[in-house]
Design a binder for this molecule. Sequence first.
Ligand SMILES: Nc1ncnc2c1ncn2[C@@H]1O[C@H](COP(=O)(O)OP(=O)(O)O)[C@@H](O)[C@H]1O
Ligand SMILES: [Mg+2]
Length: 597
Amino acid sequence: MNSDISEVLKKKSSNNWKDDVSILWQLSKTYIWRLIAALLCGLVLSGINGAIAWAIKPALDSIFVEKSAGFLILLPFGIIVLFLMRGVFTYLTNYLMSSIGAKIVRSLRQGIYDKLLTLPISFYNRTSSGSVVSKVLNDVGMLNQIVAYTVKDFFVEGGTVIVLAAVAISRRWDLALLSFIVIPLIIYSIGRLGRRMKRTSMNTRRLISKVTTILHESLQGIKIIKAFTMEKEMAHRQEEALAEHYRNVMRETRINEFSSLIAEILGGIGVAIILFYGGHLVISEEISAGAFFSFIVAILMIYTPLKRLSRVHNNFQQARTVIERIREIVLVEPERHGRIEKEIEGQIVFDNVSFRYPSAQDYTIRDINLEIRRGELTALVGYSGAGKSTLADLVAGFWYPAEGDILIDGVNIKDLSLESLRKGLGVVTQDIVLFDDTIKANILFGRPSATDAEVIEAAKAAYAHEFIMELPEGYEAKIGERGARLSGGQKQRIAIARAILRNPSILILDEATSSLDVESEQNVQKALERLMAGRTTIVIAHSLSTVKKATRIVVMSGGRIIQQGRHEDLLLQSGLYQELYNMQFVSKESNSPSVSA
Ligand SMILES: Nc1ncnc2c1ncn2[C@@H]1O[C@H](COP(=O)(O)OP(=O)(O)O)[C@@H](O)[C@H]1O
Ligand SMILES: [Mg+2]
């Protein structure tokens, strides 16, 4: 987002409509010339509408009263020209306004996406990705319509109403006044409905976001859904979400249509009174028949733009809900970071570190004191839930300690720039994340500036080159979304090649092989050993062979370090490590290779 827009969104006080107008203005003002062009076309359009109503009097009076044959021949041409111009200017106005709407939507979507990339992990921890997707696609998409039609309605239909009112007044002012009495009534009743509209509209947005979330999660977890035969249950959940959304949409429709209905009824009453009084004036020859019909046409023509104008308020309320929902993302503080730029060498010190997840009651990590020297291999072991992954995430700066400090090469992690920290860091986890692109592009993700030769070298080091070459398109082969076309072990080796190419000083391996079968595990294991060579590595127990080699084994339980030392020494103490070690033997035989499983 151009930063001034997020600034604008920040300034808004929660319930002031002027702020919302100002936000819409800030969003559109980049396209000021287009906007002016659109409004000029709209002005011409209003003029043409007025001209049509105005021309009725001379036309009728000349043809029907004076019976002028010459004027009759001119009339069709005049009508054709006016309607042609009306068509052309309607086209131009709508085209220009729609393009402004579409441009705003494009830049908002880009802006929100950019913003999402800067948000801290804590944001993603408390927000479902489906609801974010829904905001970026559905909510922002709605703004397109709102901007295109509401702004146009407001200015163009508003202009038309004024021009036609002028024609009506010029024909017979007391008749016009009579018909205008109904207008304030209409505006009043619409205003009351607008407030309900805003509430309903907010609900609709929330509910469609629920629908999107279910859809999104189902697509991601389609295998699990099928494997657990949860199809019926999921269908049922979606059915409920859709039903709730439907009810709300219909509520919205009722309010919207009710606004129109009121306008229509009041309009009808007005027309009845006017016809009666006007007919009386014509019979008593106070005005000409032509003037009266010109007046009637003007009033009838006012009706449609007035109805559209009555929508403006509701649409504006919808726009406000969209703005509010976007603000929920835009106002989140970006990831914190310090300013110190440095190349990381790889010494890590935990100084009395404790950490609590924002959503949790209790500390997940407690009083951790640990010094990891440069190039050392440290293994974290412990039961599932002991806090191993959390500790690793702290090193990656995804979260900051609540108490104590983490120092990297003597610099507090909070003072390091994010760029420096993350550049020096490689992470390989159990969930393998590959993007829907070629294999080469996925490896290049580690360091986009790398040459082809470097990519191949990294792939070779990760034991991936061979199987890549066996694919028909080699490095250019597309990985389906979430890597559907490769085996787990192959995907993991691509992820390792990516990490090798990045060449980080600190490496975090979080159960990198635990989701793999024994055979792929061995290949990946070899690749990992290449990757670990010469780097400070924190490995979360994925295989006994690595743990044995560790300079130091850290045994965790309940977020604390309860034992640490070398394999041989720990094995002699009776304690958790011995217990885990014995279990490891058992589980090794049953092909389940993770200590923490
Ligand atoms: N994002 C999170 N938000 C809240 N609690 C979490 C989050 N991630 C993990 N936890 C909790 O923190 C504890 C430690 O989790 P974790 O570090 O993943 O353990 P391990 O990797 O040792 O299995 C667990 O009790 C877990 O429920
Ligand atoms: Mg874990």
